[in-house]
Design a protein around this ligand. Structure first.
Ligand SMILES: Cc1ncc(COP(=O)(O)O)c(C=O)c1O
Length: 267
């Protein structure tokens, strides 16, 4: 069970393995509908809980997530919950915390992390999961090559170096992303185009027209935006945040393509 939209890999693998997948719509603000998701968990094998959620960027606060995890454990004790914290390092929500402590305590909860986002190691294909020993043992049954032998040594060294850096690295990366995020979202908002409340390195912006056409026109001017995310392919575009300098150039292209180079508001 997961939301629609969300990061599709998990449902994709379930589907490939012949397990039925159930997708629960987000609420009107693109937040996870916790009540409906908890209800849908009854009797299911696994809930995929992507927080913040790709491609919309919204984040469920730490307390609400802890309550949700306990609720699912109560109403559907056999259900595992995979909490995907890929974008956790970008979160600026006042109530944010990792759910690693819950995962260590409870074999039904697993936290997944990746080095592909704030650490910038996407090409190296490395991430990790944190869980109770029983959960890890169960996952190992599916790991045909056994432990780290499926990883390459360069990726392991890079990830070790990344995680051992001074914590100021992530603090600075979050600050850089927050500035680029706020600048870009304000640019769209000033022109009447609203983004979701994102806590990631991308916005999900309502440009109110075909994303395929917008994407093609932007690409022709050297700026790439993300693919379609049904059912929002005629309204919302996922736009990643690069450096401030890049975003200043990108919004010029967006302005030309959308015919909205000048702000419509007085601000
Ligand atoms: C929510 C989420 N989880 C996990 C990943 C996977 O990261 P990787 O396979 O690069 O480690 C991504 C990448 O886009 C993601 O958006």
């Amino acid at each position: 069970v997961g939301t629609i939209p969300t990061y599709e890999e998990c449902a994709g693998y379930a589907d490939m393995m012949g397990h039925p997948v159930r997708a629960i719509s987000l609420d009107r603000n693109f937040n996870v509908d916790l009540d409906r998701l908890a209800d849908a968990s009854r009797g299911s094998g696994l809930i995929f809980f992507c927080n913040p959620n790709n491609p919309v960027g919204t984040y469920v606060g730490a307390r609400a997530t802890r309550d949700f995890l306990s609720r699912v454990n109560r109403i559907s004790p056999e259900t595992a919950i995979l909490v995907d914290e890929a974008y956790f390092d970008y979160v600026t929500h006042p109530d944010h915390a990792t759910h690693i402590p819950q995962a260590i305590e409870d074999p039904r909860i697993i936290v997944a992390r990746t080095f592909s986002k704030a650490f910038g190691l996407a090409g190296l294909r490395i991430g990790y999961a944190v869980g109770h020993p029983d959960a890890i043992r169960k996952m190992n049954e599916w790991e045909s090559t056994g432990g780290t032998s499926s990883l390459n040594v360069l990726a392991m060294h890079a990830a070790t170096a990344a995680i051992n850096q001074d914590p100021s690295f992530i603090v600075n990366e979050r600050a850089r992303n927050t500035a680029a995020r706020d600048f870009t979202i304000k640019w769209f908002a000033d022109r009447g185009m609203k983004s979701t409340e994102t806590h990631t390195n991308f916005g999900f912006v309502n440009i109110g027209s075909s994303i395929a056409k917008f994407r093609e026109a932007c690409a022709a001017k050297g700026v790439r935006v993300a693919r379609n995310f049904p059912p929002f392919e005629n309204s919302h575009c996922r736009i990643s945040f690069s450096t401030m300098e890049d975003m200043q150039k990108a919004v010029q292209v967006f302005g030309e393509v959308l015919g909205k180079a000048e702000a419509t508001s007085a601000a």
